[in-house]
Every structure is written in C-alpha cells, then in structure tokens.
Design a protein around this ligand. Sequence first.
Ligand SMILES: *[C@@H]1O[C@H](CO)[C@@H](O)[C@H](O)[C@H]1NC(C)=O
Ligand SMILES: *[C@@H]1O[C@H](CO)[C@@H](O)[C@H](O)[C@H]1NC(C)=O
Ligand SMILES: *[C@@H]1O[C@H](CO)[C@@H](O)[C@H](O)[C@H]1NC(C)=O
Ligand SMILES: *[C@@H]1O[C@H](CO)[C@@H](O)[C@H](O)[C@H]1NC(C)=O
Length: 472
Amino acid sequence: MLARFALSALAIAGAGTAQKTVYQAEDAALNGVKVGTSVTGYTGTGYIEGFDESADTITFTVNSSTSQLYDLELTYNGPYGDKYTNVVLNNAGGSQVSLPATTAWTTVPAGQVLLNAGSNTIQIQNNWGWYLIDSISLSPASQRGPHKITTTPVNKNANADARALLKYLGSIYGKAILSGQQDQASFDWVVQNIGKTPAILGLDLMDYTVSRTSRGAVSKDVDHAISFAKKGGIVTFCWHWGAPTGLYDTADQPWYRGFYTDATDFDVAAALGNTTNANYTLLMNDIDAIALQLKRLKDAGVPVLWRPLHEAEGKWFWWGAKGAEPAKKLWGIVYERLTVKHGLNNLIWIWNSVDPSWYPGDATVDVVSADTYSQGDHGPISATYNNLLSLTNDTKIIAATEIGSVMEPAQLQAYQADWVYFCVWSGDFISGGQWNSLDLLKRVYSDPYVLTLDEIQGWKKTGKKKSLRFRG
Ligand SMILES: *[C@@H]1O[C@H](CO)[C@@H](O)[C@H](O)[C@H]1NC(C)=O
Ligand SMILES: *[C@@H]1O[C@H](CO)[C@@H](O)[C@H](O)[C@H]1NC(C)=O
Ligand SMILES: *[C@@H]1O[C@H](CO)[C@@H](O)[C@H](O)[C@H]1NC(C)=O
Ligand SMILES: *[C@@H]1O[C@H](CO)[C@@H](O)[C@H](O)[C@H]1NC(C)=O
C-alpha cells in the first residue's frame, strides 16, 4: 500500500516533466567489455561491445532528485541474432530485456526503474551476450490508468466454472498475485518446506501424448488436478507435445525429448499445409487424445488455465520451429477442435509468447503470458509485463506462467507489474537453493500480496457473483 501511495504522489510531482535523459554507455563503468566504433550510426563517441563472458557488465550511475519511477529505454544493435540482456537496478531485482536481431541501432523499452533519491546504479549484465549497447535513457513514468481487461471467456460456450475462474482472476488482478508451483512433487516440497500451500498447481499433459504413451509413458497429472480442485485449488496445464512422428530417438535425442525442435524432423508447416496429409491426421489424433483428458477435468467440474503451444516464439519446440504462421495456424486448429468438436468449455486459453507477430489474435486468447528465467533475480520482470500490456492494449489478464526465481512482492507493487499469478518451475528451480533461498520463499509465501490456497477458498463462488469485491 505504501508503494501505491508513493506512486500517486509521483504522478503529481512528475506531471508535465516527462523529460528524457540519455546516458552514453562509453561513459559508464565497464567490466570485461570495450568501446567500439566500427558499426556506424551510434550516438556519443562509441558503443560497447565484447559481451562474451557471463561476468561482463556496463554500470551506469544515475541520479534522481526524488524517489521516482522512470521508464527505461535501451539503444542497441543486434547483428548476431535474437538475444536477451539483464538490467539490474542498485544490485537487486531487475528485468530480462529482449533484444531482437537487428543490424540497425534500435531503441527498445527496457521496463521501469524505481530510483532512490540521490545516486543509483543501472547495470547491463551479459545474459545471452553478443549484442552492442549504445546508450540508455530515463524518462519519469506517467502513472498508468485503470486496467481495461476482459473477464468474459472468448469461447461463447464457456461453462460456469471457466467463467467463474476468469472472473475471479479479474477480481484480484492488480491487487494480489496467486502463488503457483509446477509439478506435484515440487508442489509437495513447497507445502512441507515452506509451510504454505500454493493457490495454483501446474501440471502437464505431456505423458498423455500418443508418441509417449505408445512408448510406455504414464501420467497421474489429471488425477492430481482433480484432487487439488476438490481442495479448492486452481489448476493450470501446459502440454509438452511430443511430435507424433519423425522422432530421432537416438542416445543424444531420445524419444522423451520429442517436443524439442532438435529431437525431431517433424515439419509443422508441411503437416498443416494439406489436411489430407498423413501427418495432419496424426496431429488431429494427438489433439483428440488430449481432449479425452481435458474432458475428465470438465466432467469433474475442474476449469483449466490451459496453455498449449507454449514458448512458441522461442522456436525450441517443433510447433514454433517453422516461424509464427504455422504456430498461429496450429493454435487456431487446437482451439477449434477442443472447443467446437470436443465441446471442452472448461478451458481458459493462455497464449505464451510476447512478440506481436506471433499473437494469434484476441478472438481465441483469454490470458497472455510469458515464461522467464533469470537466476537469482527477484525483480518484477516489468519489461516483459509492459510488453504484454501493449500486446493486447491491456485488454487481457497477464500471467507469469513459468519462472525460475520468485518476484519480490514489494517490487511487483512498486512497478505495477500486475502478474495475476506466478508458477515456479519444478525440481531445482524451487528446491535447489540457487534460484530461490528458503528464507526468501518463506517471506514471499507469507506476504499479504501473495495468495495461497487457504486465502482463495470459495473463489468459484466469488467468480460467479454478479458484482465482485476483493477482500484482501
Ligand atoms: C550524483 O549524485 C552524487 C552523490 O549522490 C554526486 O556525487 C554526483 O556528482 C551526482 N552526479 C550528477 C551527474 O549529478
Ligand atoms: C511426416 O513426417 C515425417 C517426419 O518428419 C516425414 O518423414 C514424412 O515424410 C511426413 N509425411 C508426409 C506424408 O509428409
Ligand atoms: C495432399 O496430400 C495428399 C496425400 O498425401 C496428396 O494426394 C495431395 O496431392 C496433396 N494435395 C496438395 C494440394 O498438396
Ligand atoms: C488502446 O486503448 C485505448 C484506450 O482504451 C484506445 O484509445 C486505443 O485506440 C487502443 N489502441 C489499440 C491499438 O487498440
């Protein structure tokens, strides 16, 4: 609440002073990187290159007369392909910033920074490396207006459970964040070691896929979902969809990696090119197999935060490997087949890429989301959040569907990074101690801004009410 108050104070103080200050990278403190001048078009006297080691950094020192939120922009050149950088404020928190491939000097939004009064540092950390940095700039942020989100599902036939779920998410959006944990075993670890029960259980339809069941895979994830829903929890499913055919199935690329682009020669563009093609039929069979599982959930009264074709824009899964068009086309087919042919009206459709050229459109998407992994960075991921806000012009709820390190609740609020839920990935991400310390997890899980299972009891009823009031 304190952070919110500070923000409204700053909106007044900042009115009419949206002035931009540019800081040249070559004037900043450099570690492991050097000034270059051979790629023309930079500003100042050069740019910074040589991001090739994980410890490489540029550190800018910037001053602010008051404690104030600023919009940060970054001017870069990306001749070596799509990259990410980390931007870290005052040695804590920060954000991962996408630097798409370009051979022109390009300015991108890099999220927001809440500067202290006095001196602050903004550090550019290597992350993927192999990009050139010209400068950063800061302008006082103007306060964002109220959200314009839609809380009616895109599927006109969505059942009461799905409607209640989306309404409930809308009722807490910007006021709280739901805690979530992927995988039953990791979820149980949270309960035992943190002493709190997440509000959301993340599961996977992976081991119901034909190319895996035919090789002996079995799954209990649907059963886990039904049990958790009985306790009043919310479930989300992704689908590591093993390609139906063309798996290399070698020592390096075993069949169980069959959802990875590098583990199969399955060509999604070719398969979708012709509906009488045998591979098109195999894809439909796979969707039908998954539909049987989703129907079990529907029949048990379990609405699902459903996130198929995840991380498509990363291209590391075969459904994204041939670019945006086949991925969007497959999304449309999956949507149509599950909702119309199979009548699965218990699904809330979550799209999981940020790039506008990959977006399948408002008509088939309920929630937009991103997966971000930045080890030890407990910042609000505000650059990605703001990109998702502009992706739909703030008309869809936004979720952090996979994360490695949890976000600091105070930073989420200070930056207005209104992720409706987070879901930490399984195994070492939650329990290994490197991505999240136990102390931090306990503190985050106890924060009033973070909702746990006990605090969302009755959400279905809340979601079914005509007018909603959040009591938090
Ligand atoms: C920034 O503030 C520090 C002390 O807080 C001061 O030493 C320095 O001169 C200031 N720099 C600029 C550019 O104002
Ligand atoms: C189906 O996909 C497999 C694996 O990539 C490929 O070898 C085969 O030629 C494809 N079949 C058709 C009819 O395109
Ligand atoms: C579609 O695939 C079928 C079966 O492989 C083939 O007979 C037909 O010629 C293909 N049509 C086109 C337009 O490629
Ligand atoms: C975004 O929303 C604003 C305000 O609701 C509206 O004026 C604007 O036209 C919208 N932009 C797009 C691209 O839809």
